[in-house]
Design a protein around this ligand. Structure first.
Ligand code: EPU
Length: 338
């Protein structure tokens, strides 16, 4: 177990902001997890779990605690194929995209639309990661996790995770911080997928005359669509979508939005990217943070010096969208530190 002291959160996260964390521990095996919690108890410091840092923004004063960087690796077959169904597992420190590639190359579908999403497998259930009509709640069977309350490993089935849009027991409610997810099991199916696919994906398939819908083909199409629109966090500092989409629940609210000319997608989703773009903010820079030219839901850190710069930019965008459309956008990435 490697312990480092006074490490800048900016170096561990793709938005590249944030002050120092008191300690950083690399977790390389399941056995490291209880040892790290024991270290935290001994020093009376809180713990924060980080994967690849692609959906966490560090705050300026840093974190007087211990960041556990998840590097637990390995994937394979949990339950052999039977009647076209298979269960695959991945340890949580693997990159989600590597796990998706593993599944599509074996010819199984269920997570192919999650291709090229930055982040680790362990982060997928935490925020119920989703894209192009799929989210992990549709395929996840269970996770194995270290339960810090009872100081033991447990298996948590999908029904106990309370998964919904960007929400789970791991990021909301009384059990936040209780579990360290070490392994994820998904249930997948063999065979071709059936159209129609999510709008932008279907358009790409049509434009490129693709009519064969194997999981691997869909994976490559998703990668192409994402690459054309979203910045690669390895090159440009960003945390992917910066705002959550707006979800309307009442018919009256939906009718009111439509009457104003705002697009409402099935189930009541207003694409926040549309609101930001139509408020005239696409391509604009506020306090060193730029509204990405090709996808207005994404903010990139062009030259922000601090979390305070990001917060000022966020407030400006929220204010302008609120003034024009009356919806208050909410930030999507989580935050760490003070
Ligand atoms: N739109 C605009 N202008 C823009 C961007 C979007 O008008 O600049 C409108 C368009 O009408 C577009 C619609 O918004 O058709 C939806 O856009 P898109 O398909 O790009 O998806 P999104 O709703 O903006 C969500 C996820 C993404 C995920 C995509 C694809 C959230 C917060 N974001 O974005 O996830 O890749 O769907 O399924 O739900 C992420 O979370 O970091 C992320 C990238």
């Amino acid at each position: 177990m490697k312990i480092r002291e006074n490490i800048a959160i900016s170096t561990l996260t793709t938005m590249r902001l944030g002050g120092n964390a008191r300690y950083v521990i690399d977790i390389e095996s399941e056995e490291d997890v209880p040892a790290a919690y024991a270290f935290a108890d001994e020093h009376e410091l809180p713990i924060y779990i980080l994967g690849s840092g692609s959906n966490i923004i560090g705050r300026d004063k840093g974190f007087n605690g211990i960041i556990l960087v998840n590097k637990i690796r390995g994937m394979g077959i949990e339950t052999e194929e039977s009647e076209g169904c298979i269960e695959l597992y991945s340890y949580s420190g693997e990159l989600l995209d590597d796990f998706v590639r593993y599944s599509t190359r074996l010819g199984f579908s269920g997570i192919e639309a999650l291709s090229a999403i930055p982040g680790t497998v362990g982060a997928a259930p935490v925020q119920n990661v989703g894209a192009y009509g799929q989210d992990i709640s549709q395929t996840i069977v269970s996770v194995r996790a270290y339960d810090n309350l009872f100081e033991d490993f447990v298996e948590i089935p999908m029904v106990d995770m309370d998964l919904s849009y960007r929400h789970s027991i791991f990021n909301s409610g009384k059990d936040v911080g209780r579990y360290f997810i070490t392994k994820v099991v998904v249930s997948l199916k063999r065979g071709e997928l059936k159209p129609p696919f999510y709008n932008s994906l279907q358009k790409y398939l049509d434009d490129n005359d693709i009519t064969e819908y194997s999981p691997e083909t869909i994976r490559q199409a998703v990668r192409a669509v994402r690459e054309g629109k979203l910045p690669d966090p390895a090159e440009i500092a960003s945390s992917g979508s910066f705002f959550k989409n707006v979800y309307l629940t009442s018919d009256i609210d939906i009718k009111t939005a439509e009457a104003k000319g705002i697009p409402v997608w099935d189930g009541g989703k207003i694409p926040s990217g549309w609101l930001v773009e139509n408020a005239g903010l696409k391509g604009q820079t506020f306090h060193g943070m730029r509204v990405w030219d090709k996808a207005a839901l994404v903010l990139v850190n062009e030259s922000a010096h601090s979390y305070a710069d990001l917060a000022a930019a966020r407030e400006e965008i929220i204010k302008q969208v609120q003034a024009k459309y009356g919806y208050t956008l909410e930030q999507e990435p989580m935050e760490l530190g003070e």
